[in-house]
Design a protein around this ligand. Structure first.
Ligand code: PEP
Length: 252
């Protein structure tokens, strides 16, 4: 069995002024020395990425985008491409976040194309999958997650997952304060890994699968201790340096 390095990524969503973000980044930077195991990643809004680059350059932390367009450049008003993120020093980009799927009409197919565009630009996609509350209640969790995952694998092939991260984010747990129990999360993480293993056992074994959904300092340890949970994708709690750092230290 491989040893997967844990990863904790902060999804700032549409939050932060330049001044607030500089303070947050300075706080994170100051605490990085106390994080022993996890790769720390922050994903600010596009306009704050240069600030993250300036503050985090030369540290152990990496930064990434929250979204990208499928095209490389051209007449796509309002969009930002993978090569642009790469040029800004990003190593990662979130694709298929449930807010993008629900509010910006991103289908499984679009998400798969964004995953492909991210890798073509040399970025590591953090692919978000997860079910709605109604889908969980209808026992559709595995079917939904499988469909979302398969859309990507069908487009890019299972080998592409070797250079990616998957985040399981039950939609009912995002920003609601309701966290999946460690067992609920572990069950889905195990399912995801098994599904990938059905195509390639080695890639499945090495694949980082993060949990996201109201993870915070007080519940991170228990979640990350699960055998198939390799870290977290953190929304609200990533906006407070000390809280975020507590999560980053959870795997230590
Ligand atoms: C997210 O949006 O990726 C997320 C996990 O949000 P929160 O931690 O606020 O639930």
């Amino acid at each position: 069995m491989s040893v997967r390095q844990p990863l904790v990524a902060g999804n700032w969503k549409m939050n932060g002024s330049q001044a607030e973000s500089a303070k947050l980044l300075a706080g994170i930077k100051q605490g990085l020395g106390s994080v022993k195991k996890a790769q720390v990643v922050v994903c600010p809004p596009f306009i704050l990425i240069p600030l993250a680059a300036k503050e985090l350059q030369g540290t152990s932390a990496a930064w990434g985008g929250q979204n990208l367009d499928t095209h490389k450049s051209g007449a796509y008003t309002g969009e930002v491409s993978g090569p642009m993120l790469k040029d800004a020093g990003c190593a990662y980009v979130i694709v298929g976040h449930s807010e993008r799927r629900a509010m910006y009409g991103e289908t499984d197919q679009v998400v798969a194309e964004k995953f492909k565009a991210a890798q073509e630009a040399g970025l590591i996609p953090i692919l978000c999958v997860g079910e709605l509350l109604a889908e969980r209640e209808a026992n559709q969790t595995e079917a939904v997650v499988a469909r979302q995952l398969d859309a990507v694998v069908n487009l890019v092939g299972v080998a592409a997952l070797a250079k990616s991260v998957v985040a399981y984010e039950p939609v009912w747990a995002i920003g609601t304060g309701k966290t999946a129990s460690p067992q609920q999360a572990q069950d889905v993480h195990r399912f995801i890994r098994a599904r990938v293993a059905g195509k390639d056992a080695k890639i499945a074994d090495n694949l980082k699968i993060l949990y996201g959904g109201s993870m915070k300092g007080s519940n991170a340890k228990e979640l990350i201790a699960q055998p198939d949970i390799d870290g977290g994708l953190i929304g609200g709690a990533s906006l407070v340096a000390e809280e975020f750092l507590t999560i980053c230290r959870a795997p230590d």
